[in-house]
Design a protein around this ligand. Structure first.
Ligand SMILES: [Zn+2]
Length: 283
């Protein structure tokens, strides 16, 4: 039985920001204040989010694969069609792990968490951004526009602290334990950040079951202290700038967990766009 109903959600007619200077957020429904205050409705690399200072708290990164909790599993263990995207995907900050464990208390006993990507190396972040940027560039032929659109789907690696590279973020879905050897990922709609259809947490163009399952994930995660990225139903974080912005915290507590001498850190937006225009022009 669902813990709550999708009927709790009513689309707000005033969903868009009333301040004309504010960026246009994604769909913002009316949910209870406790949930609404735990969803980021701005692009993840918006200037308002990036302006939040970070005070690294030096908390360690742990590997979820070493955790013996039957209701916390890598997606690949539940969904045979899914392969882990890269090595080390199961690492998160200790504070994130604690909130995932806390989440389980708010979920029905036969429901668990299927996580797919936690910590992400900077090189992998660049790879993801490059792929989506190139897609948009192909469509628009405008580097700046393509960069802005790509930045809504993947946090840029330039002049930014991508949340997955800090150990603050986790991408996840829910699964049902039918019996010990029979686990099933709940139907929550498409899980693919390269497609911009129906990824928004509160999109209305998905089935009622998908809406209910997304809401179950959202309600349990936000109760545990995580925040959701409103453009992606599967993306949650704690301790990063998105969390600080949504929760009204003065600063984030997790900085990048990367090699500071990585040459990727030296790439500027100008050099990246110049390189891109070179390739578009010579097509
Ligand atoms: Zn994510």
């Amino acid at each position: 039985m669902a813990v709550f109903s999708i009927n709790d959600i009513l689309l707000a007619s005033d969903g868009l920001a009333s301040n004309n200077t504010a960026p246009v957020p994604c769909i913002k429904p009316k949910v209870s204040e406790s949930i609404s205050s735990s969803v980021l409705y701005l692009p993840i690399a918006d200037a308002l989010v990036k302006a939040i200072p970070i005070r690294e708290c030096q908390e360690k990164v742990i590997d979820l694969l070493e955790v013996k909790e039957p209701r916390l599993k890598p997606r690949s263990a539940v969904d045979t069609s899914y392969c882990p995207a890269y090595e080390g995907y199961s690492r998160v900050r200790l504070g994130v792990y604690r909130r995932l464990v806390s989440m389980l208390r708010y979920l029905p006993k036969d429901i668990g968490i299927a996580y797919s990507e936690g910590f992400r190396p900077f090189s992998k972040q660049k790879e993801y951004f490059d792929a989506i940027f190139k897609d948009f560039l192909h469509k628009t032929k405008d580097g700046k526009e393509a960069y802005g659109e790509a930045a809504k789907l993947v946090s840029p690696f330039i002049d930014n602290k991508p949340t997955h590279c800090t150990g603050a973020a986790i991408d996840m879905a829910l699964f049902r334990i039918k019996d010990d050897s029979n686990l099933e990922v709940l139907d929550m709609g498409l899980y693919d950040s390269s497609k911009d259809n129906d990824n928004e947490t509160f999109t209305t163009s998905i089935t009622e079951i998908q809406k209910e399952n997304r809401l179950l994930l959202l309600k349990s995660a936000t109760k545990a202290g995580l925040v959701n990225y409103g453009y992606e139903w599967w993306h949650y974080s704690y301790g990063d700038r998105a969390w600080a912005y949504a929760k009204g915290e003065k600063y984030a507590i997790y900085d990048l967990v990367v090699d500071k001498s990585d040459p990727i850190l030296m790439i500027t937006k100008e050099s990246y766009l110049a390189e891109a225009s070179l390739h578009t022009d010579t097509k």
